[in-house]
Design a protein around this ligand. Structure first.
Ligand SMILES: C[S@@+](CC[C@H](N)C(=O)[O-])C[C@H]1O[C@@H](n2cnc3c(N)ncnc32)[C@H](O)[C@@H]1O
Length: 308
């Protein structure tokens, strides 16, 4: 059962960008506790429709109950990358706005049974979708030392990835590494105390991203979203780390340009079409006030663009 509390991040800022038509059809890819979805519904009129999905079965169940009396929302337990498929199922040609608040919810982070927590001793899992094949346990106990180091380096941007991978392999040769607590102890053994918190969060982030294939799913979601976005409709994304933010920023830039020919090409031959206009030249950040009441907001960056 879901307990706890999740405060939606950059709530007014994201909705001010997202909603352009109170009677429109909207999509949220990251339902979670339904915080943003609830506010979207409040801003829509009786004709407005919201389709929201979450890959996490617990979040889906929680919101089924939360929105049981709300006729204007349709809920899915799908990956947001298949927004185009959901649109087909719902016979929606175009959405008026698409929103995602990436990453994990407070419930997933704080709750031991969800297998994400860093503070308690939980089984090494990290799957948002429990039907996925590879858990963090499999990476830590079965992947080669080089594979582990590469995952930690690529998805955690952790410079001491090789040293950490070496220690993991040394320890697992003695006995399997079963829990987040055991992994934490092993990482701390080779990390100076002053770097431990940052290093732990980088390694856990890397495992989570790999297990859930988060970066590829985000790329697919962005591509598919623009295909089903109405002219004048908005796409609004909140990201929580540089790897995600870079993907969103570069995707928006690519979709804003109408030519990808080499710089020295005398004429344009690429036939590239501009599909988006960027609305946030710089990302929108939470205020100090928001950060002081919601720690999760501290790394949030919001980017928005409009379909042209
Ligand atoms: C930060 S929380 C969203 C919180 C929500 N906006 C609220 O205010 O309650 C992110 C949610 O997105 C979900 N999620 C992450 N990646 C996903 C994906 N590729 N497809 C669908 N859901 C995803 C997670 O399971 C998590 O519940």
């Amino acid at each position: 059962m879901i307990t706890g509390h999740h405060i939606p991040v950059l709530l007014n800022e994201s909705l001010d960008y997202l909603i352009t038509n109170r009677a429109g059809i909207y999509f949220e890819g990251t339902l979670g506790f339904g915080g943003h979805s609830l506010e979207i519904l409040k801003r829509l009129n009786e004709e407005g429709i919201l389709i929201s999905t979450d890959v996490d079965g617990n979040a889906f169940k929680y919101c089924k109950e939360k929105f049981k009396n709300e006729k204007r929302i349709k809920l899915y337990n799908f990956n947001f990358s298949v927004i185009d498929v959901i649109a087909k199922i719902e016979s929606v040609e175009f959405f008026d706005g698409v929103f995602a608040d990436l990453g994990v919810s407070s419930f997933q982070l704080d709750n031991v049974s969800s297998g994400f927590t860093y503070s308690a001793d939980a089984p090494l899992d990290f799957r948002m979708d429990k039907s996925l094949g590879v858990k963090a346990y499999d990476i830590i106990n079965d992947f080669t030392e080089t594979e582990i180091a590469n995952i930690i380096y690529e998805y955690g941007e952790e410079r001491k990835s090789r040293k950490i991978a070496r220690q993991i392999v040394k320890e697992r040769d003695l006995k399997p590494i079963n829990t987040t607590g055991e992994l934490k102890r092993i990482i701390n053994e080779v990390t100076p105390v002053r770097f431990q918190i940052k290093t732990l969060s980088r390694v856990f982030q890397a495992l989570r991203i790999y297990v859930n294939d988060e970066l590829n799913k985000l790329k697919e979601f962005l591509r598919n979203s623009v295909d089903v976005l109405n002219k004048g409709g908005r796409i609004v994304i909140i990201s929580y780390h540089s790897l995600e933010d870079r993907i969103v920023k570069e995707f928006f830039k690519y979709e804003e340009t109408d030519c990808i020919c080499p710089k020295d090409s005398p004429v344009c031959v690429c036939e590239k079409e501009q599909r988006l206009k960027i609305l946030t030249k710089k990302p929108v950040l939470p205020s100090d006030k928001e950060i002081s009441t919601n720690r999760r907001a501290r790394s949030a960056k919001l980017r928005a663009a409009e379909r042209v």
